[in-house]
Design a protein around this ligand. Structure first.
Ligand SMILES: Cc1cc2nc3c(=O)[nH]c(=O)nc-3n(C[C@H](O)[C@H](O)[C@H](O)COP(=O)(O)O)c2cc1C
Length: 300
């Protein structure tokens, strides 16, 4: 359905002379083609996406050659998100000052935020950069569902991070959120309630990425599996003293030695959880208890 609609819109643009050869008699040629990917997560990584467009296995490659130099079919290639392209007509029509006038000093314009998790209102909303998380979660998201309290806000999906509820006045700003350990990424905002276990949540992201790792490089393939084993043990009451340090060591190795950003940033949810919610990890290991009462082991 999505593909059919996109192709219909492209055909209409071509019929109207807005795509193809000699656009509106200007001598300028430009065309658009939609490719459907095999649908695995790592295909979103730039060099893997280029391979996928060539019909090959979507595996990342080392970055000593940038895709802007040699990308699809070894030609210089520019990769941008559709959201980025969607800003271009507004900037051309209204000028750069118009765009830069919105948002914060370094994070201009607006951002699509996809609200999910325990918010009353979920869905995709467009907000001005600089809007506080409080406005996004409480005013737009309607706050947390009945009977639960806000515990944390997670940004950036499985390779992102969580910040605690008391940082809710933070503005939507790439640098600010990055410094706090919750990079905005593509704008996926997960509202986390007080019945969520931060060890289980990390385990969930790591499990997803373990399945999605392409397996090409050892630090990501093996590191992720070992992290998952340790987190599985913690969530079933089998955590051991030293597990946190071991997780940190694996995370550091993965960040330095993995081939692409999947492996390099896969430990980020763990890092943010240990930064703000370390006591929950310690309770799982030392007391065999889940303070949130939501994973397999005994609650308070
Ligand atoms: C493992 C992995 C998965 C990614 N998946 C996506 C994705 O699904 N959508 C997306 O827009 N960018 C994704 N990215 C980021 C893209 O590679 C790229 O940097 C981005 O889309 C460029 O967008 P820009 O135009 O905003 O600079 C992913 C990156 C990695 C490392």
């Amino acid at each position: 359905m999505l593909l059919a609609n996109l192709n219909r819109a492209i055909d209409k643009a071509r019929e109207a002379g807005l795509l193809g050869k000699d656009i509106l008699g200007s001598g300028f040629d430009f065309d658009v083609e939609v490719h459907f990917d095999v649908g695995i997560f790592v295909s979103g990584e730039s060099s893997a996406l280029m391979r996928s467009l060539e019909g090959k296995m979507p595996e990342p490659r080392p970055k000593y050659v940038r895709t802007s130099v040699s990308g699809v079919n070894d030609m210089p290639s520019n990769l941008n998100n559709v959201e980025t392209w969607a800003n271009v007509p507004g900037i051309i029509n209204n000028g750069v000052d118009w765009f830069a006038g919105m948002g914060t000093e370094k994070s201009n314009g607006s951002k699509l935020i996809s609200l999910s998790g325990s918010a009353r209102n979920i869905g995709v909303v467009e907000v001005e950069m600089g809007t506080s998380l409080k406005t996004v979660v409480e005013t737009i998201g309607g706050g947390v569902v009945e009977g639960k309290k806000l515990k944390a806000i997670h940004f950036g999906g499985p390779m992102g991070g969580s910040i605690p509820a008391d940082l809710i006045d933070t503005p939507l700003d790439f640098d600010e959120l990055g410094k706090l350990g919750a990079p905005m990424g593509a704008g996926a905002l997960l509202v986390i309630d007080d019945e969520t276990c931060m060890v289980s949540l990390t385990r969930y992201f790591v499990e997803f990425l373990t399945k999605e790792s392409c397996g090409k490089c050892t630090p990501c393939r093996e590191g992720m599996r070992q992290m998952l084993n340790i987190l599985n043990d913690m969530c079933s009451g089998e955590g051991r003293p030293g597990d946190i340090e071991l997780l940190e060591e694996i995370a550091d190795t993965m960040s330095v030695a993995s081939l692409c950003s999947l492996g390099k940033t896969a430990p980020d949810p763990l890092r943010s959880a240990l930064r703000y919610f370390k006591a929950e990890y310690e309770a799982h290991i030392n007391e065999k208890k889940c303070p949130a009462g939501s994973c397999g082991i005994q609650s308070n």
